[in-house]
Design a protein around this ligand. Sequence first.
Ligand code: PLP
Length: 275
Amino acid sequence: MSAASVVDWPRKMENEWSGAQIGLASSVFQVKPSQIRELADVAFTMEGVLRLQFGESDMPTPGFIKEAASRAMAEGYTFYTENSGLPGLREALAEKYLELHQVRLDPASEILVTASGVQALNLSIRCLLNPGDEALLLTPNWPNAAAIVSLFAGHPREVPFLRREGRFVPDFDALESALTPRTRLLVYSSPSNPLGWVASPGDQQRLLDFCRRNGLWLLADEVYERIYYQGEAAPSILRIAGRDDAVVVVQSFSKSYCMTGWPHFHFILDDSIWF
Ligand SMILES: Cc1ncc(COP(=O)(O)O)c(C=O)c1O
């Protein structure tokens, strides 16, 4: 682009409608700002600090992934794909589930590829909740799940873990008491960010039974499944859920394959709307 073709994005006249006057959706004001991001913005300005704010490894993306990505680009894999993602990728994901969890998935109908774990969470929560519905979240939890519920005009109800003999355990009495006629969804992350708690098969069974009994969707965020030291992968809820259970699992390459910086979508907006 030549310098002569660069123009400032012009401001509108004062009496014309601006983004600030029209305002944002009221649900946006229900979203709590993330202190993780606040801390990160400070850390990014500093040298020599250990960056522990995000759930990510300090290892770069492995060479075999970078090579495969550059080979794929050279071979022309730079276009829109099938709606649910490249069939070959979905087949490979199904094979991985079989290998890690001994669960057979149908790549054609049971796996949907998204641009990131966050996008998968957004899409699933959007598809599962109606405005005004409530979601139970085992907490402390990575704050984005509650933020996404609020953003879609749902109500997050955080249910803290209990501590028993130095371990975290879901508080089933508190879950029962948090139920209302508007509750539709239970969300947890296992392995958990930030706790490191991993749902045991017993916890998973009780959480699944709780959802079955109360007619709730169960959304298991399992993006940290490979950050696990007692085997190849933390057990997925899919190992015990039935095919017809109201269960959604969110997965991501970010954490397991050190690819947190890969998604690269953006949008542009009028800066006057920020509050
Ligand atoms: C629990 C949890 N789920 C999902 C994500 C998002 O992962 P992705 O980078 O794939 O969007 C994160 C990122 O920190 C996370 O901690």
